[in-house]
Design a protein around this ligand. Structure first.
Ligand SMILES: *Cc1c(COP(=O)(O)O)cnc(C)c1O
Length: 398
């Protein structure tokens, strides 16, 4: 059933889902196979370019992976999507499709740690130059522009400072300068924002997070024009081989069916926790785009259509010392001390020692990641229990 014009929740449930032909099973079976049986007739058709419905080998296509790609394509409003083994694979492939040796990339200085490492270590070896900018305003991008600039890169919401990218401005700037705009929408998921609707060229996700949502797989996806996505699939994807397991795709398909329900609860719980944290003596500052105190509150409200502000809350302990976050984290019991985010479970971490631990202190402070900062990926448990957990941990500080 074509649900491309249906509302988001309907798409989340139905897109990419075709009852299986042989048995009528509503949920398509999981195709765990590497190869496919051929006939000479099929080979003839294939060689003459008629590849419709023909599967060859699991590194290029798999029916379960196709279903996932169809679902995400529909949710993002994209022409095509390509599922990868991890979020990092999706980011690397997308950027390397648009920028080659000798080219230049402009990226927000506050990006995911793995993306920062990719763009500093690996890209340096590949001779892809990267300029990290303080913000994504047109004047800042103008100043960083070079004749060989091919990509402008940002996250919808930066990690963990939660500054919100103005997608309209980035898309317009990229179009005016014939630069490919690539946006990591992991923190927002297509429930809150669909960057392609704003004119962004390519969206990437770590599906490990909200898209799958259950903390049981690692995955990524690229969505964009058919031309861009197919160029990756027919070349780098074949040669580098970052394919996901079909089982992982099957779990992501199941996870996506409740994306709208999960996101609604993540957003509501995060807002309630942020408002509670703001009132605590032990807390210096709370960073959450849903709070009026956040510099990007109005932009977030407009860009995310009033649906919410995401499930991540960051706060800084009074004194901003490196030790107090550890004490809080050790005294939380419901909130688990973990990296990653977007799970049903509340996860808590100290960016300075975990996600951003490899970045030197001065560089880290420039990114806005301070010693006394705690990042919470607010889960979908009952909010009263989540708040009670933090209340207990703050009381334990003495
Ligand atoms: C987790 C994450 C990634 C990397 O994804 P993996 O699935 O761990 O490879 C990239 N960007 C953001 C914003 C993330 O949170």
């Amino acid at each position: 059933m074509d649900v491309s014009n249906a509302k988001f929740a309907t798409k989340a449930v139905h897109a990419g889902q075709m009852p299986e032909e042989k048995t009528g099973a509503l949920i398509a079976p999981l195709f765990m196979n590497s190869t496919y049986v051929w006939t000479s007739e099929k080979m003839e058709r294939y060689l003459h370019g008629d590849k419709a419905g023909i599967f060859t080998y699991g590194r290029s296509r798999n029916p379960t992976q196709n279903d996932l790609q169809d679902k995400v394509k529909t949710l993002e409003g994209a022409e095509a999507a390509l599922s990868t083994a991890s979020g990092m694979a999706a980011i690397a492939l997308a950027v390397m499709q648009a920028a080659h040796s000798g080219d230049h990339v402009i990226a927000n200085k506050t990006v995911y740690g793995g993306t920062y490492a990719l763009m500093t270590k690996i890209f340096e070896e590949l001779k892809i130059e990267v300029t990290f900018v303080d913000d994504m305003k047109p004047a800042t991008l103008d100043a960083a522009l070079r004749p060989n600039t091919k990509v402008v890169y940002s996250e919808t919401m930066a990690n963990p400072t939660l500054s919100v990218a103005n997608l309209t401005e980035i898309a317009q700037w990229a179009k005016a300068h014939k630069v490919t705009s690539i946006i990591d929408s992991t923190f927002t998921s297509p429930y809150l924002v669909r960057p392609l609707e704003f004119g962004i060229d390519v969206v990437v996700h770590s599906t490990t997070k909200y898209i799958n949502g259950h903390g049981d797989i690692i995955g990524g996806i690229i969505a964009g024009s058919f031309e861009f996505v197919d160029a990756i699939r027919s070349s780098m994807y074949q040669e580098l081989g970052p394919v996901p397991s079909p089982f992982s795709c099957w779990l992501q398909l199941r996870g996506l069916k409740t994306l709208h329900l999960r996101m609604k609860q993540h957003c509501a719980n995060a807002l309630a926790l942020a408002q509670w944290l703001e009132k605590q003596d032990a807390v210096e500052k709370v960073i959450y785009p849903g709070l009026e105190s956040h510099p990007d509150h109005e932009l977030a409200k407009k860009q995310f259509g009033g649906l919410g502000y995401g499930g991540i809350v960051t706060f800084i302990m009074k004194g901003d010392d490196i030790e107090s976050p550890k004490k809080v984290i050790d005294n939380c019991h419901l909130a688990k001390y973990c990296v990653s985010l977007g799970d049903l479970d509340t996860l808590i971490e100290q960016p300075a020692t975990m996600t951003h631990g490899k970045i030197d202190r001065e560089e880290r402070y420039k990114m806005g990641v301070t010693d006394g900062m705690i990042r919470v990926s607010v889960g979908v448990e009952d909010i009263d229990d989540i708040i009670a957990d933090f209340d207990h941990a703050f009381k334990a500080l003495g």
